[in-house]
Design a protein around this ligand. Structure first.
Ligand code: CMC
Length: 377
């Protein structure tokens, strides 16, 4: 809401034109490059969607094969990054690990980081390598040996393999593939904006992604699905949902996984993930999370009229896939990196330094006091 000419949080401010992503917040629609997310989640793969975001059109079979081969060939980490990962304390925040490794990669791979159309090489490299970073970090802290990149696996299958080391079922791979598709882009969200601001200074792609990872780390953007799982721990059984949620609302606490700056109805990603939470829960004989979430959803809607967002059901899917909670947000980054880089490439094509202004509300014309005459406030 505008206060004294200031649009706090830049809410409703149109900052730039883009051909990448459209959100219809009133109708609850999400469009990538003209295609409805529901159709993409039903019919495409993460690699197809990444191609669409980067190149602006769906790939032919040959183009898709080419992209898959290139991504698969870019999964290995340089030795210095492996050493950095080996030195990370097991308690390190996984988003800090991701941010540090991307930043270090920029020093090792300067050719990929130059601003301009050649940055597409860097976009592929970062998308391919983020799951490897996460896999190495997670396996090292758990005392498990690191895995060699498996070039025959799809991106989603590689993500699961890098983290778990076990073979994933077709349903598991597809569940993750859909989650990756749904997280790939979301218009001018905070982390994408941060990436574009960095790129708009003609800084390099890896710096832009480093900014974006730091921005996604905050719980109001990434991280809400972790908190949702903590809420489910607290609720315990569907019968307790009403009591726990009401008590939180009475304390003016936010219920994670609900509400959205842009969607005024249900987030279409939540609709798709709800169905996948049910499907995967049924296949694994564990509908506990799904049942709890349905109950929480009903109470929050009845009490506050709020709708679920993408984070409500995603955590239950990742948990059923055996992914630890602290890797949920890094996994979000491993998908969103495709969108971040598409936006950075777009920014380079139509560059305009992003530099808003602020309304100064501090004093002016204060008399300068020499240091020896100053007293503590
Ligand atoms: N639980 C309880 N109340 C809420 C919630 C919530 N999750 N979300 C909004 N509200 C209330 C808020 O308290 C306020 O009420 P009042 O007017 O009485 O003070 C009203 O709704 C408007 O809230 P707001 O903070 O002005 O709305 P916003 O557009 O800034 O909020 C949001 C967007 C996502 C920060 C907020 O809904 C929220 O904190 N949700 C929980 C965190 C979460 O799930 N984050 C993931 C967002 S989706 C990820 C993505 O797309 O990147």
């Amino acid at each position: 809401m505008a206060e004294g000419g200031v649009q706090r949080g830049l809410e409703d401010v149109v900052a730039l034109e883009s051909q990448i992503c459209f959100i219809d917040g009133k109708e609850g629609r999400l469009i990538y490059r003209g295609y409805d997310i529901r159709e993409l989640a039903e019919r495409s793969t993460f690699e197809e969607v990444a191609y669409l975001l980067w190149y602006g059109r769906l790939p032919t079979p040959d183009q898709l094969d080419g992209l898959r081969t290139r991504l698969a060939g870019l999964r290995a980490l340089p030795e210095p990054i492996e050493r950095i990962l080996a030195e990370m304390p097991p308690s390190a925040n996984a988003m800090d690990v991701l941010r540090t490794c991307v930043s270090a990669l920029a020093i090792l791979e300067p050719a990929e980081t130059q601003p301009g159309p050649s940055s597409i090489g860097g976009a592929l490299r970062l998308t391919a390598v983020l799951p490897t970073i996460l896999g190495h970090f997670h396996r090292a802290r758990a005392g498990m040996p690191r895995l060699a990149p498996a070039p025959d696996l799809s991106h989603a299958a590689w993500v699961l393999h890098a983290l778990r080391g076990t073979e994933a079922s077709e349903l598991e791979v597809r569940a993750l593939d859909v989650a990756l598709i749904l997280h790939a882009d979301h218009e001018l969200n905070a982390s994408t904006f941060a990436a574009r601001v960095t790129a708009s200074t003609l800084s390099d792609l890896y710096s832009a992604v480093t900014s974006a990872i730091g921005t996604l780390k905050g719980p109001l953007h990434g991280g809400a699905n972790e908190r949702v799982m903590e809420l489910l721990d607290e609720v315990g059984t569907p019968a307790r949902a009403e009591e726990v949620v009401r008590a939180k609302l009475a304390r003016h606490e936010r219920i994670m996984g609900f509400g959205h700056r842009v969607y005024k109805v249900e987030d279409p990603r939540a609709t798709i993930l709800r169905e996948w939470s049910r499907k995967l829960g049924q296949a694994k004989g564990n509908l506990r999370y799904f049942d709890l979430l349905r109950q929480v959803e009903q109470v929050v809607h009845a009490e506050k009229g709020l709708y679920p967002n993408v984070d409500l059901y995603s955590g239950s899917i990742y948990t059923l896939l055996g992914i630890p909670r602290d890797l949920f947000t890094p996994l979000f980054a491993a998908s969103r990196v495709s969108g971040w880089t598409a936006h950075v490439l777009e920014e380079y094509q139509d560059l305009r330094l992003i530099r808003p202004t602020s309304r100064y509300v501090g004093p002016i014309d204060l008399a300068y006091v020499p240091i020896e005459k100053r007293t503590a406030a």
